[in-house]
Design a protein around this ligand. Sequence first.
Ligand code: 5GP
Length: 365
Amino acid sequence: TPAKEGKMFIRALFDYDPNEDKAIPCKEAGLAFRKGDILQIMSQDDATWWQAKHEGDANPRAGLIPSKHFQERRFALRRPEVQIQPLKISNRKSYAECAGHNSGSHLAGFRRSFRLSRKDKKTNKSMYECKKSDQYDTADIPTYEEVAKYRRQPNEKYRLVVLVGPVGVGLNELKRKLLISDTQHYGVTVPHTTRARRGQESDGVEYIFISKHLFETDVQNNKFIEYGEYKNNYYGTSLDSVRSVLAKNKVCLLDVQPHTVKHLRTYEFKPFVIFIKPPSLDRLRETRKNAKIISSKDDRGTAKPFTEEDFQEMIKSAQVMESQYGHLFDKVIVNDDLATAYSELKTTFDRLETETFWVPVSWLH
Ligand code: 5GP
């Protein structure tokens, strides 16, 4: 159905340069755009070439962009087996890199008193299985997404904030800093586990302790956002655990593997996805000189100084995430200097609660 002239807005999910496009009837008439740009559709009369403008652009002249259908077909032809990446299976891909990366002292204190350490370790997400998402990867070819303006109403629940980034980038440190900055305002989920309760642990605090049988049933019923197996026990984060944080009128901070994000992109959660990106290799060497990481290869999970290989892996993994899931990121924050990254994060949160954002139209119904 043709768009009402100028009434339809889309978010571009890929980069486009008409000068590189052999199919466009006239390169000069083309409109270049970047992944994430918001475009106003002026005409969809032609099935192959739409006319569009950059949102907010005062220039009344529209340019040609490939139609959704046409671009999907081109993408499908170019990569028939659209990236199915096997999930890397390794234990203990967890984190502890920030020991020397910042003023860790009061944070360490927090960790003890609030028992957050367990959640810090939660980046052990390499074990996740998500059969469904693998299938989706072949099916959806990101081209455009119809969007509309959305502003959170004062009485509305907060949007879910999803943090993604490679192991060692400092995501957990940033998360922890946010949490201690205002424990009334920010919250994290309590994971489920099938292992036995230890010493001082209590149900619903460190974990929600359930039986293997119940865990398996819950998996069958799609109750988990992600789950994994570690030393013969299951661990996982449920959708309900997110709901219970939101129900307390808190901002829920969730870190997951990027492939789970598309399952969370619903009207209910309206997730805002922040990608924490490593700086250049040189800056990594400089800034993480005294920091430690729990390497994915270390089964015992002891923190060791970053190696050159860790840095390279971090950068490589960030590149893969960005190329495969970059279209789902609402904000990219480079964690070069932790204090700077943190203040950028904080500003983003303040804006998120008050300003207007473009979200998929399906979230507004
Ligand atoms: P522990 O049994 O010592 O508390 O934790 C063991 C491992 O379970 C930790 O290394 C941690 O990474 C992992 N873990 C904790 N919570 C979750 C979760 O929600 N999902 C997944 N996949 N792993 C978790």
